[in-house]
Write a protein that binds this ligand. Structure first.
Ligand code: ATP
Ligand code: MG
Length: 464
């Protein structure tokens, strides 16, 4: 077992003076750890203070983070004495030896990360089941180890030892609230000086403090994330309230416009019947009629979308709803030479829902398919059942040969008022999506073959 017992180190400095120096160093280290809440900077500071010339503790320090799942240590940072030039003592008062703290700027940290030594450490992964035994002891027992001479411990074969040319070293665990975060390994390869007891004590104290500081930065980060989430949620609430107000306004305007529009369309149709066909007057009236129908439809969609959804749940037969919709549109599809391939089971497919809203879903999907194909193509409608999220569901698929939906459009198609069509309102799929969600269903879309496929998944009540 490696040696961790305390031995008397050569007394070069009087003990009281050494104790005062250690206290000063430790105080400086504590203030340094409190100076930042950025985890990355903290790690740089911890290792830099362990190896900097002024503190004359160690020549190299490496940090490995522990991954419990894979039982490995992953190299994160390695700093040797020559890459601590950027370490600055800030706010030190000559009259007060316990003042100031160490600091590093972004450039200094970047140059530390780019050093060959750090790259080597970051490329190192120690498998605790098979790798360095000494390091495994540190992890298992969660205590500091000092290894005087690795040759004696028959570690020559170990990849970690040969990789870093380590002869004697110390490894200390970083523990936060009983959880192992990682380990710090320090050594003096260039000076070939043994690690003294006094250095070990300082290392242990540093590691305890570092563990707490790492925990603090993590807690602070969690707090910041929670704060950011709350801020976003508040923004969304405000945005939602604005949208609700706009929706109410849109609904009342649509409502007010709809009645006179129906009157305009109705009178125009009556006038139209009085005029002979193929005259310019009749043509003008036909345009008024078709445009007022279009506006009526648009206002109807806006009303549907902005109203609070009221669902009249009852047992309804999805197979029957689809059959009726397909029958309603059979003529329109035929006119455009769109071949309808429908595979609907002959029995019933009963779900709990609002049949008029579900009809609206099917019609929107059929019309979209028809508009995508325009002329000559295929619309395939299939109704099946399958298990989804632990429930038996009806799956109605509407697949067309209309060329599919471009990638950049796909993410926006459910956004209200998004349309790529000249006369589209962009409310069709937003309404479909809302209806399906209110029915505890799922709406899926993907491009398949030479077109798009929309899948409506609804939990089944009974299927006969
Ligand atoms: N089957 C489909 N094939 C290709 N693109 C589609 C298909 N269905 C929808 N889209 C795309 O999604 C967009 C939004 O569709 P949505 O039904 O919401 O609005 P719209 O059809 O443009 O207008 P309307 O409100 O009159 O239905 C369409 O403009 C179109 O770009
Ligand atoms: Mg549409």
């Amino acid at each position: 077992m490696p040696d961790t017992t305390t031995k008397k180190s050569p007394a070069t400095v009087p003990e009281s003076l050494q104790a005062q120096k250690d206290l000063q160093l430790f105080y400086l280290f504590s203030t340094t750890l409190l100076s930042t809440m950025q985890l990355n900077k903290l790690l740089h500071l911890i290792l830099s203070t362990l190896v900097c010339e002024e503190n004359s503790l160690f020549c190299r320090a490496m940090l490995f983070l522990y991954n419990q799942k894979t039982n490995t240590l992953q190299g994160m940072l390695g700093i040797c004495r020559k890459s601590t030039d950027g370490l600055q003592l800030v706010g030190a008062d000559p009259a007060n030896p316990l003042s100031g703290y160490w600091d590093l700027d972004e450039d200094a940290m970047a140059s530390q990360r780019q050093s060959d030594f750090c790259t080597k450490v970051r490329e190192t992964r120690i498998d605790l089941a098979e790798g360095c035994q000494i390091v495994s002891h540190v992890v298992d027992e969660r205590r500091l180890y000092r290894i005087e001479d690795v040759e004696c411990l028959k570690c020559q074969e170990c990849d970690f030892i040969s990789r870093f040319g380590v002869s004697s070293f110390a490894a200390v665990p970083l523990v936060t609230r009983n959880n192992l975060v990682g380990i710090i390994i320090v050594d003096n390869p260039f000076k070939h000086q043994p690690i003294t007891d006094q250095q070990l004590q300082v290392l242990q104290l540093f590691a305890n403090q570092a563990g707490m500081a790492i925990e603090n930065t993590r807690l602070y980060r969690d707090l910041e994330e929670a704060h950011a989430e709350l801020r976003d949620a508040r923004q969304r609430l405000i945005h939602g309230a604005h949208l609700a107000a706009i929706g109410e306004m849109a609904a009342s305007i649509s409502h007010e416009l709809k009645t006179p529009l129906i009157t305009i369309g109705g009178f125009a149709a009556r006038l139209g019947r009085m005029l002979p066909e193929n005259t310019s007057q009749r043509h003008c009236l036909d345009t008024i009629i078709s445009e007022s129908h279009r506006l009526e439809r648009l206002l109807g969609d806006i009303l549907t979308f902005s109203r609070k959804p009221t669902i009249c749940y009852q047992e309804c037969d999805l197979a029957e709803i689809i059959r009726t919709c397909l029958a309603d549109y059979a003529h329109a599809l035929e006119e455009r030479n769109i071949m309808l391939k429908a595979v609907i089971p002959s029995g019933t497919c009963v779900i709990q829902g609002d049949s008029s809203q579900l009809k609206q879903v099917c019609i929107n999907l059929i019309v979209n398919a028809q508009e995508a194909i325009t002329q000559d193509g295929t619309l395939r409608v299939v109704l099946t059942t399958k298990e989804e999220r632990g429930k038996i569901c009806a799956v109605a698929s509407f697949a067309d040969s209309g060329g599919g939906i471009p990638e950049d459009v796909l993410s926006k198609i459910f956004t209200p008022f998004f349309t790529t069509k000249r006369h589209g309102t962009g409310l069709g799929l937003a309404i479909v999506n809302r209806i399906i969600q209110n029915h505890d269903g799922i709406l899926r879309v993907h491009n398949v073959g030479d077109g798009a496929e929309f899948q409506v998944v609804l939990p089944l009540a009974v299927c006969g």
